[in-house]
Design a protein around this ligand. Structure first.
Ligand SMILES: NC(=O)c1ccc[n+]([C@@H]2O[C@H](COP(=O)([O-])OP(=O)(O)OC[C@H]3O[C@@H](n4cnc5c(N)ncnc54)[C@H](OP(=O)(O)O)[C@@H]3O)[C@@H](O)[C@H]2O)c1
Length: 222
């Protein structure tokens, strides 16, 4: 028998990286569909436009600070949501950026930073919501991967490997969570108009014309 009181509760969603692009649009879409949406941004000063748009439409959307690379920030945001709403129905792991350039040109620290956001960021938020979703026996985790989680080409080894990691992690965890009523969804977008290219990072040495990969990188439009 369906528990109507449970079914009638307003669903609660959280989206990471809502200051622009896919996260911005997804937060608005969820709020327009009636989800109480926590649009999370790592820098609250970059949320004015989203807040303005949500207020103008009187949407159930609240801005919240969350940097996926900062475990305390993730913990604080998730605890706040659970204390305010008592549930989390949807987590959209969207925050990410591209580190481009020839593999040999990229420093280990640059690769670590890429993984810290694109992979460990997703791991931090997902592990933080799971106890709540398991208790509810329901939930949807949406992981924004990329077409580059399926195919790679020169100059994107760091970025593509984070998205391949996202694919493997999502597939395995989906089986683990199924018995608890929690679904894992992978999104693999092709090119999307956003701030993605503006926010992407090139390794310092890739800008050096003496790099043995300079010609390839120029062809790839560095
Ligand atoms: N655009 C494409 O063609 C495309 C294609 C396939 C997949 N994707 C994926 O889609 C996702 C969203 O990208 P987008 O295209 O919407 O690019 P975008 O406009 O640059 O948005 C990226 C978002 O991630 C946020 N972010 C970055 N690091 C963060 C951190 N440490 N903590 C919290 N938020 C952080 C950014 O916040 P700030 O404003 O603070 O930088 C921004 O809100 C990414 O995972 C990307 O890999 C994009």
């Amino acid at each position: 028998m369906v528990d109507m009181s449970e079914a009638n509760k307003q669903k609660v969603a959280i989206v990471t990286g809502s200051s622009s692009g896919i996260g911005y649009a997804t937060s608005l879409m969820l709020a327009r569909k009636g989800f109480y949406t926590y649009a999370s941004v790592r820098n609250i000063s970059r949320s004015a436009r989203l807040e303005y748009e949500a207020n103008a439409e009187k949407l159930p959307l609240k801005l919240i600070q969350l940097d996926v690379t900062d475990v305390d920030s993730v913990k604080d945001a998730l605890e706040k949501i659970v204390s305010e709403k008592g549930r989390i129905d949807v987590l959209v792991n969207n925050a990410g950026y591209g580190l481009f350039g020839a593999f040999e040109d990229i420093s280990l620290d640059e690769i670590k930073a890429q993984y810290d956001t694109n992979v460990f960021g997703l791991i931090r938020t997902t592990q933080a919501v799971l106890p709540t979703m398991r208790k509810q026996k329901s939930g949807i985790i949406v992981n924004v991967s990329s077409i580059n989680g399926q195919i790679a080409f020169p100059g994107i080894s760091a970025y593509a490997s984070t998205k391949f990691a996202t694919e493997g992690l999502s597939e395995s965890v989906a089986y683990e969570l199924e018995p608890f009523g929690i679904k894992v969804v992978l999104i693999e977008p092709g090119p999307v108009g956003s701030n993605f290219m503006k926010g992407s990072v090139l390794p310092k040495t890739a800008l050096d014309p003496r790099s043995p990969y300079s010609e390839t990188e120029t062809k790839l439009g560095k």
